[in-house]
Design a protein around this ligand. Structure first.
Ligand code: PLP
Length: 384
C-alpha cells in the first residue's frame, strides 16, 4: 500500500521516536515536580521542546501553550475568546470551509447565543476579502480563518486577513494545522493573534499540539481545562512529556527541512501525479487556480461510481474522499459543497496528499494503478 494521505496524519520520524523513548521508562518524572532531579529532567525537556516549537513559527516560548492537538487548540481559542470577550461583543466570523473542529465549536456557541457569520467561498475555495470587511461590525470579537484547507490545500490570504483584523481591532485566530512545517510561518512578522497546530501533521506523535497566543493576549482567552494551573494557567493537566519532547524534535526537523527547502521536492512529484490525472480528461482539479500547499491535489472524477472508485483505490493507495479527519463515512464533504460541487461529484472526489517519504516510484505506482482502475470502472472510456 502506498501512503498518500499525509494530510490525515504523517508517520512519526524515527529520530522523533528515539527522542521520546527515555521519557517513558527512565525520565518519567512529572514536569511540575521540580524539587528532585527526575522532575527537573522532564521540566527541562519540556522547556527545550517549547523553544523548538516556538522557533518553527518565530514565536517566543512563553507564547506557546501545549494541548492535546489542534481540535483542543481550536476549542480553547474560540470558546476561550467568546467567554473572555463577551462584554466587548457577541459576533464571530469564520467561513464554510473550515475544519469541523472550528465549525462545530462555533455552531455550539451559536446555540448558546453567539452571533456567528459563516462566510461563503467561491468555486476555488477562496473567501472574498471585501465581504469579510463588510461583515465586521462593532460587535465582532474574533475572526477564525484557517491558513490552508485540509481537503484542497487552498491557502487563505493570511496577511490581508491579519491587516483587516488589526485595522478593526479584532482578534485573528488561524488554524494553521496543515501549514505549519510545510510553508514558512512567522508570527512575529504577521498580524495573527492566535495560531493552532498539531504534531501529527508534521512527523511528530499524535495527541499533542500547540496554541500560539500572542504576548499580551492571554487575558482575552478563558482557559477551558481548569485544574492545577499548568501552562501558565491556560491549560491544566499533567504534561504529556514524551509527546511534547517528540513534538519539539519534529518541529526542529521541520525547521531544517523548511530551510533546506526540502518541501520543494514535493511540488514536482505532486505535479507529475496531477498532470497525469488532468491529462486523462473527465476530471476536475479543485482549488487549482489559487495559492495551494505544495503536496495536495484534490481531483473530481466524472462518470464513475465514487464508492467503487475509493474502494478500488484503497486496495493500493491510502487516499481519502472528503476529509478523513472528520468523516469515516462517505458524507458529502462540506468543503466541496461550499465550493459549489454537487454531492454526486463530491463522492467521486479524491484527495491525494503526499509527504517527505513519497518517492517517484510511489507516483509511478499510483499512476499505473489509477489507470487500471479507471479503465475497469469506466469501460466505455477509450482514453483510459
Ligand atoms: N484543523 C485542521 C485544518 C486539520 O486538518 C485537523 C486534522 O485533520 C485538525 C484541525 C484537528 O487536529 P487534531 O487531529 O490535532 O485534533
Amino acid at each position: 500500500l502506498v501512503y498518500m494521505d499525509y494530510n490525515a496524519t504523517t508517520p512519526c520520524d524515527r529520530d522523533v521516536v528515539n527522542e521520546m523513548l527515555p521519557y517513558f521508562t527512565q525520565m518519567y518524572g512529572n514536569a511540575a515536580s521540580i524539587h528532585y532531579d527526575l522532575g527537573w529532567y522532564s521540566k527541562t525537556a519540556v522547556d527545550n521542546a517549547r523553544k523548538q516549537v516556538a522557533n518553527l513559527i518565530n514565536a517566543d516560548q512563553l507564547e506557546i501553550i501545549f494541548t492535546s492537538g489542534a481540535t483542543e487548540g481550536n476549542n480553547l481559542a474560540i470558546r476561550g475568546v467568546y467567554e473572555a470577550c463577551k462584554s466587548k461583543g457577541n459576533h464571530l466570523i469564520t467561513c464554510k470551509t473550515e475544519h469541523k473542529a472550528t465549525l462545530d465549536t462555533l455552531e455550539h456557541l451559536q446555540r448558546i447565543g453567539a452571533n456567528v457569520t459563516f462566510l461563503d467561498v467561491d468555486d476555488r475555495g477562496m473567501i472574498n476579502l471585501d465581504e469579510l470587511g463588510k461583515t465586521i461590525n462593532k460587535e465582532t470579537i474574533l475572526v477564525c480563518l484557517m491558513y490552508a484547507n485540509n481537503e484542497t490545500g487552498v491557502i487563505h490570504p493570511f496577511a490581508e486577513i491579519g491587516e483587516l483584523c488589526k485595522k478593526n481591532k479584532i482578534m485573528f485566530m488561524c488554524d494553521a494545522t496543515q501549514a505549519v512545517g510545510k510553508v514558512p510561518i512567522d508570527v512575529k512578522n504577521s498580524l495573527v493573534d492566535i495560531l493552532t497546530f498539531s504534531a501529527h501533521k508534521m512527523y511528530g506523535p499524535k495527541g499533542v499540539g500547540a496554541v500560539f497566543i500572542k504576548d499580551g493576549h492571554k487575558t482575552d482567552i478563558m482557559p477551558q481545562i481548569t485544574g492545577g494551573g499548568h501552562e501558565n494557567g491556560m491549560r491544566s493537566g499533567t504534561l504529556n512529556v514524551p509527546a511534547i519532547v517528540g513534538f519539539g524534535k519534529a518541529a526542529e526537523n521541520a525547521m531544517k527541512e523548511l530551510e533546506s527547502n526540502a518541501n520543494s521536492k514535493l511540488v514536482p512529484l505532486r505535479n507529475q501525479l496531477e498532470d497525469f490525472l488532468i491529462g486523462l480528461g473527465e476530471v476536475k482539479l479543485n482549488g487549482g487556480n489559487v495559492k495551494r500547499l505544495p503536496h495536495v491535489t484534490n481531483i473530481s472524477f466524472f462518470n464513475i461510481d465514487g464508492k467503487r472508485l475509493l474502494k478500488s483505490l484503497n486496495k493500493f493507495l491510502a487516499v481519502s474522499s472528503g476529509s478523513a479527519c472528520s468523516s469515516a463515512s462517505l458524507d458529502t464533504s462540506h468543503v466541496l459543497k461550499a465550493m459549489g460541487i454537487s454531492s454526486e461529484t463530491a463522492q467521486s472526489t479524491i484527495r491525494f496528499s503526499i509527504g517527505k517519504y513519497t518517492t517517484e516510484d510511489d507516483i509511478d505506482f499510483a499512476i499505473n494503478k489509477i489507470k487500471g482502475i479507471l479503465a475497469s470502472l469506466r469501460p466505455m472510456n477509450t482514453k483510459t
